[in-house]
Every structure is written in C-alpha cells, then in structure tokens.
Design a protein around this ligand. Sequence first.
Ligand SMILES: NC(=O)c1ccc[n+]([C@@H]2O[C@H](COP(=O)([O-])OP(=O)(O)OC[C@H]3O[C@@H](n4cnc5c(N)ncnc54)[C@H](O)[C@@H]3O)[C@@H](O)[C@H]2O)c1
Length: 449
Amino acid sequence: MFATQDEEARRGMRRPAAISLPKGTLGVLTPGMGAVSTTFMAGVELVRKGLALPIGSVTQLATIRLGKRTEGRSPLIRELVPLEKLDSLVFGGWDIFPDTAYEAARKAGVLEPNHLEEVKGLLGGIWPMKAAFDQAYVKKLNGPHVKKAKTKFDLAEEIKDDIRQFKKEAGAQRLVMVWCGSTEVFLTPDEVHADPARFENAMKTNHPSIAPSMLYAWAAITSGVPFANGAPNLTVDIPALQELAREHHVPICGKDFKTGQTLLKTILAPGFKARMLGLNGWFSTNILGNRDGEVLDDPESFKTKEESKLGVLEYVLQPQLYPQLYGKLCHKVRINYYPPRGDNKEGWDNIDIFGWLGYPMQIKVDFLCRDSILAAPIVLDLVLFLDLAQRAGLRGIQEWLSFYFKSPMCAPELYPEHDLFIQLMKLKNTLRWMMGEDLITHLGAEYYD
Ligand SMILES: NC(=O)c1ccc[n+]([C@@H]2O[C@H](COP(=O)([O-])OP(=O)(O)OC[C@H]3O[C@@H](n4cnc5c(N)ncnc54)[C@H](O)[C@@H]3O)[C@@H](O)[C@H]2O)c1
C-alpha cells in the first residue's frame, strides 16, 4: 500500500516527512498498572491470540478515504501508514503495589476470568517497577512498592535507569510511555514550570509544584521516549517539558482519555450546535466503584477531573459567538464513589435544550458503560500513533491526537479543539499529509458551470 517513489512522482505527490519503517520491538511503559493499563495489555494479547477483536481501536479497524470519492480508495489506516504490529509490542510499568499485571487485572475486575486465564502467561510475568510516589498528590492511596530518594531529581534519574534497564531486558528498539496512574491533586502552572532549567532546579529542591507524574514525563522525554498523559493531571502540559520535548525530538500529548460521559458529550454537543439548537443546562452525574472512583472521592483529585470535564462544552459550543443559544448554560458534573458498581460506571445526563421560538425540551441519557473497556483501545492507538509520529520526525504537542483526550493539549496561542468530528478530520488529514496524499475538504465536485 506504500507508494513507491515512482508512483509518488507520477501522482505529483511530495511526502512531507520521511517515515522510517518500524523495525524490531516496541516497548510500552505505563506508570500505573491498574484497570486501564492491564485491560490494555490483556486485550492486545487476546487479539494477538485471535481470541477477541480490537473493538474501539481506530489504528486496527478504521479505514481512511484517499483521493476523490470516485476513486474508491479506502484502505485501512494501518495499510496507509507504517504502524508497528501488535505482535511486536512488549509491556512494562510501575506501580505502588507489587502485584503482577495478572493480579492487578484480577483485582480490577474488568475482564472475565476466562479472558484473564488466557493471558495469564503474559500478564503473570509483568512485575511493576517501584513507583515514584508521594501521597501528598494522591490522598486516597498508599502502597509499599515505592522508591526512596533524597530529591525528586534523584527519583527521576532512577526512572531513567528503569527505562534503560527495561529497554535492554525487553530487547526493545523503541519505547512509548503512557501515564495510566491515578489522578493527582489539582496543580496550576507555576514559575518553576516555565523552562527546563527552573524545572530541574525545582526537582533538586523538592518543590511542591513538581508532582510524581512530572518526574516520569521528564525521564521519558530526556530519554527520547514519546509520552502521553491519560489522566487530567498537569504533568506534561507545562512549558518546561514542552520545550524539552522539542529539544529531544519527542512527540507528546494529553490530557485525560476521552471515554464515557465526555465522549458522549463531544458527540452530542456538536450535533446541537450544528442545528443551532440552544442549551440551558447540562447536568452530569456518575456512580463508579473502582480504584479510580476512590481516588476521585478526594476533593483535590476530583477538582483536577472536574476542570477537565467542564471545559469541553465551553469550547464546543462557543458561547461568545452564540450568546442567545449558549450564553446562559449551566453545566455541572458530579462523580460519586459507589463501590458495588466496580468498573461498570453509570453516567446520567440531563440535557435542557430549546428550539424554535425558545420552546424547551429535555434529553436524558443513561450510559451504563465500562470505563476501562473504552480506555484500553485509546492506549493502544496512542502507543502506535506516537511511535509513528516519532519515526515521522514530529515533536512536541501532537494536536492531531486531540481525538483521544477530554482536555486536549495545544499551543498556548490556540484554543483546544473538542468537537469529536473536527478532531477525527484533523487526525485523518494528518495521516494523509504524512503520506503525501491530498487532504480531504469535503467540498462538492461541481458547483459551477
Ligand atoms: N478508565 C477510564 O475510562 C479513564 C478515562 C480517563 C482517564 N482515566 C485516568 O486514567 C488513570 C488510570 O485509571 P484506572 O481506572 O486504571 O485507575 P486505577 O486506580 O485502576 O489504576 C491506577 C494505578 O496507578 C497507580 N499509581 C498511582 N500513582 C502512581 C505513581 N506515582 N506511580 C506509579 N503508579 C501509580 C495506582 O496504584 C493504581 O494501581 C486515572 O488517572 C484515571 O483518571 C481513566
């Protein structure tokens, strides 16, 4: 499916970036080996064994239209761009609990025992490395499997050693890191985040604005490893780490996997806006009973999540452009820790909309979802796309991966794009651009004589 140079010349295409082909093994490292991380690892293994399908994964299942509709060219995305194969993935991670990935998956209770038994061979051999952890940043958790060092800088250097060691032992040629650790307390950007020198100094003086997730991100970036942030923590969304990412030619992205209720919000809200329907209110509440829910029961971790969930509607609806439709929107989000529900979250939405002449209507959504089942394919896609991005020479924030995040990172002078359909268009057009294909504008064929 890859165009030869002759074909490219014939079609008059110019490939914007030379993409080296994936060779050898790709190591996936996750700080945090809980529900999401182990559901991802188990799922990849089940797919490799031919026992399940990678439902929800764009890299594995989606096609991409190329050229004009009349050309009938719609290959799979993985036939267009040189993505790493699932067979070449190896896994590792860190956690504050010493359980293997198999034990952690069993405790998380996402997958059925018959699925877990099929992957016991792989997951039972994945032992977490000791975590860089500080309870000040995740109040509801404490565990025994943690590193001890004098400074945060020393901890970050230990993570770099872990990365080197893992790479050697796993025989990996390339690595990607995805933060699948718990949600940390809310932090705002501080002057110690402003540039790499101040950041490094702050690590050495144990500054409180340096959270553990930032140590993993710094270690990854300075080791040349692409980094994605699956939680709403500030982590890599600071100038110091973004500058380092550009310097070290490392692609980065975040924040907070777009699953469950927020996924539905970014599907529904663009539809209301497209039809110029008004919104008075959107009340969202959740019950969930997994460890993530327990962590979010702490008001400081919840604040981080709340910020991430609340921003979505503001950006999709653009009330500054449509004050009559969205200027008075009341948006509330609640998360309730309710242990009997485990990982099977329930999210209710009450949506107050209004139509022609201002007549009110209501929509109720009750989503009985499985959080980690929705998050696992996102981890897979991010791993494969970040690895592709690095081989294509892309570095810094990868806005084309906004599709996967509740709170997409973007350059400071821009606003984040939240509309799922614009995000998908951006993702696919970036892939077309990488391969020298025409971008698709969806402009009609013949409007004029
Ligand atoms: N499940 C989803 O759909 C979803 C969606 C969006 C975001 N997220 C985020 O992804 C993250 C993982 O979710 P989960 O459901 O797997 O949670 P989880 O509680 O099952 O797993 C998180 C793991 O991270 C570990 N951990 C915490 N701090 C650590 C540190 N400093 N170093 C290493 N390990 C650490 C915990 O011990 C735990 O095992 C959470 O932050 C969550 O908010 C999840």
